[in-house]
Design a protein around this ligand. Structure first.
Ligand SMILES: [Zn+2]
Length: 173
């Protein structure tokens, strides 16, 4: 969604600035701070560059709790639809306190938490971690029935290998 609408840009020139350029969003506007000695060409080049940088930063933030919930709903429809509301979580949130776990699930209150450490991982890895926790709403333990549910997701083995690789790199580092 970011970047579909061209924002109103306000350029502020500062005599104190020598080389640094910065930009921030202020409501509907984007304020770009540039050194006073910049030419018009430099100004327009830097405005474009800072708008792109801002859009990239906001694209990362787009992995919000709302997006995560929508992703969960899509995964339930694709892989767990025969369980109906049994697979539906009450809440799905990104959290920063998972202590080495990628995700966790509390079947009693149907809440799911996903570690922010996977936020920048590929989509198919996020989908696996999320589906894993959704399956725990149906089967709390890691038994054969549980793995059969998770195995409905075609990239389960690949995603588990990816995460094991990340974990061993982290241990080595
Ligand atoms: Zn598990």
């Amino acid at each position: 969604m970011a970047g579909t609408r061209k924002p109103v840009v306000e350029v502020r020139r500062s005599q104190r600035r020598r080389r640094t350029v910065s930009a921030y969003r202020d409501g509907e506007r984007v304020v770009v701070l540039i050194p006073d000695q910049f030419s018009r060409a430099e100004e327009s080049e830097w405005v474009d560059r800072m708008l792109a940088r801002l859009a990239a930063r906001e694209g990362r933030l787009a992995r919000s709790d709302a997006e995560l919930f929508a992703r969960a709903t899509r995964l339930i429809n694709l892989y767990l639809s025969d369980y109906g509301t049994a697979a539906a979580p009450a809440s799905v949130r990104w959290v920063t306190n998972q202590n080495g776990r990628w995700g966790s699930c509390t079947p009693a209150d149907r809440t799911i938490r996903i570690s922010h450490r996977i936020q920048d991982m590929p989509e198919w890895v996020i989908d696996y971690v999320l589906l894993h926790e959704l399956a725990h709403l149906i089967v709390p333990s890691h038994n054969a029935q549980f793995w059969a549910l998770v195995g409905r997701y075609p990239k389960t083995e690949r995603a588990r290998g990816y995460l094991e690789g990340v974990a061993s790199v982290a241990l080595a580092g």
